[in-house]
Design a protein around this ligand. Structure first.
Ligand SMILES: NC(=O)c1ccc[n+]([C@@H]2O[C@H](COP(=O)([O-])OP(=O)(O)OC[C@H]3O[C@@H](n4cnc5c(N)ncnc54)[C@H](OP(=O)(O)O)[C@@H]3O)[C@@H](O)[C@H]2O)c1
Length: 174
């Protein structure tokens, strides 16, 4: 079974988005996101796909899976999937076609948002990569709540070029 990893950035009070956009600009986090997800499969909700800037649609050098209930939805560079199970099946078939490695060594699917998709997939995930940003911003989309089964195993403190404090946290399910 394919492993699922979540990756998100959140401000204070768990805000991850506002008006279908990120309420901050943090190049250091975009670089972190790119480093972790490049050459792998990303799965996002259709609204997150809509929120991507044109220049990053699809996210380059990644298999872009988009979860939607619309049977006729399509977009150049995206693969529409209608369930999480179908996303895993597509990812596994893609791996089998493009890699000599066995399926057991297939990399995880990176769940890259937004709020609806995080909430539905966190019970199935094994790793969460969280960027915690010390900012108060208004929001209408929120990070998933991690229960007691999640333990922080790694922490890196940073300050952005603009003086914003943030940290990269890794959580594993125990
Ligand atoms: N800070 C971060 O790291 C981060 C990362 C990503 C996104 N975001 C933010 O999150 C916000 C968007 O999140 P959101 O919760 O509004 O939307 P979303 O999760 O990106 O997408 C929701 C859409 O996904 C589809 N969907 C949801 N559950 C489904 C299911 N079980 N089966 C099939 N399709 C399903 C539906 O698409 P259809 O309507 O087409 O059926 C639904 O409208 C934005 O503000 C964005 O900027 C933040």
């Amino acid at each position: 079974m394919t492993t699922l990893n979540l990756i998100f950035a959140c401000a204070n009070k768990g805000v991850i988005g506002m008006d279908n956009q990120l309420p901050w600009h943090l190049p250091e986090d975009l670089a972190h996101f790119k480093k972790l997800t490049s050459a792998q499969t990303v799965l996002m909700g259709r609204k997150t796909w809509d929120s991507l800037p044109k220049a990053f649609k699809p996210l380059p050098n990644r298999l872009n899976l988009v979860l939607t209930r619309q049977s006729d939805w399509s977009a150049p560079g995206a693969v529409a999937v209608h369930t999480l199970e179908k996303a895993c099946e597509y990812h596994e078939a893609h791996h089998a076609k493009h890699s000599q490695e066995p399926l057991s060594s297939a990399p995880a699917i990176w769940i890259i948002g937004g709020a609806q998709i995080y909430a539905q997939s966190v019970p199935l995930a094994t790793t969460v990569e969280m960027t915690q940003i010390d900012l108060d911003v208004p929001g209408d989309a929120y990070a998933p709540v991690l229960g007691q089964e999640w333990r922080e195993i790694h922490r890196e403190e940073h300050t952005s070029n603009q003086g914003v404090r943030f940290r990269f946290l890794t959580f594993k399910r125990f």
